[in-house]
Design a protein around this ligand. Structure first.
Ligand SMILES: C[S@@+](CC[C@H](N)C(=O)[O-])C[C@H]1O[C@@H](n2cnc3c(N)ncnc32)[C@H](O)[C@@H]1O
Length: 284
């Protein structure tokens, strides 16, 4: 079968993601948390196990979607109408296009070929086929992503672009500056880089055991999350706020900096929420 141009790979993704219906999958589990319809039994089983142990996960997905909305609004306020949605998942590209209106252009990039096909199909069905494109690539392949025909058709790299890296970098192992650096350097001044990332929380490792306290500590939400995502092809790497900040290099952060995403430019009327994700927006 000849794949349409819009789902051609930039190059071979470095993280192996096969289409396997029996293995839980991060994109489909996230879609399940958000109440979407792109999930299979294996995804629901893994997601339910995680939700049972760490109910905050459902709120994290909702807060992350609200954060996306506020980031898009902020970018539009800066006159940015081009969005590079890295690790887009199923529904974020349509949400960005809908929030931005007919003038925006969105390129969704995902390592999962099913996501890429579905994003393309959804865009056609919603009549946004000329606005939204999808690229099958590993976000770490900056040259492949930026040089892909779909990106070149929809995004003018001589003008500012908002790079969205929401709830994806914790699926990328190793030093993040190596992944984000080439992207940051390739875009026009005035561009933005938005991130949200699962926060590493203190673990019981290193805790002093007091005498007589022989009961083992309950596993932390972080360790349960890692255990469950280890069953997928994209295991979790939770990072601390300083590590996420370091990945953004010497960029300046838009106020209020890198914070719990529920409080990033949240409306004053809203009650303070919590997601367990840290995030912010860097000016490039
Ligand atoms: C939790 S979803 C986040 C979706 C979306 N960014 C949002 O915030 O609504 C993570 C997505 O990142 C994708 N992903 C994971 N590792 C990736 C990589 N190295 N390159 C591109 N996409 C990746 C997964 O396939 C999945 O669709």
């Amino acid at each position: 079968m000849v794949m349409p141009e819009t789902v051609l790979r930039a190059s071979r993704p470095t993280t192996p993601v096969e289409v396997d219906s029996f293995r839980p999958n991060a994109a489909r589990m996230y879609d399940y948390y958000l109440g979407g319809s792109n999930h299979l039994a294996a995804d629901r089983e893994a997601a339910d196990a995680l939700l049972d142990a760490v109910p905050l996960v459902a709120e994290a997905a909702r807060q992350n979607r609200a954060f996306l909305g506020r980031v898009v609004e902020f970018a539009l306020g800066r006159g940015i109408t081009q969005f590079l949605d890295l690790g887009s998942g199923y529904s974020s590209p349509e949400a960005v296009a809908l929030a931005g209106g007919p003038g925006v252009r969105v390129v969704a990039v995902d390592i999962d070929p099913r996501v890429v096909s579905q994003v393309q199909l959804d865009a056609r069905v919603s009549g946004r086929g000329a606005q939204v494109g999808a690229v099958h690539a590993d976000l770490g392949d900056a040259a492949g992503v930026l040089g892909h025909p779909v990106t070149r058709r929809l995004i003018d790299l001589d003008r500012p672009v908002a790079i969205l890296c929401l709830a994806v970098l914790h699926f990328v192992p190793g030093p993040l500056d190596r992944v984000l650096g080439p992207l940051r350097r390739a875009v026009a001044p005035g561009s933005l880089l938005a991130v949200s990332h699962g926060a590493a929380t203190p673990t019981s490792a290193g805790r002093t055991r007091s005498e007589g306290a022989a009961r083992p500590a309950a596993p932390s939400p972080a360790s349960i999350s890692r255990l469950i995502y280890d069953c997928t092809l994209t295991p979790l790497t939770l990072r601390s706020a300083p590590d996420v900040r370091a990945a953004l290099g010497d960029t300046e952060l838009v106020e209020p900096g890198l914070v719990e995403i529920a409080s990033w430019r949240a409306p004053e009327s809203s009650s303070p929420g919590r997601s367990g994700l840290i995030g912010g927006v860097a000016s490039l």
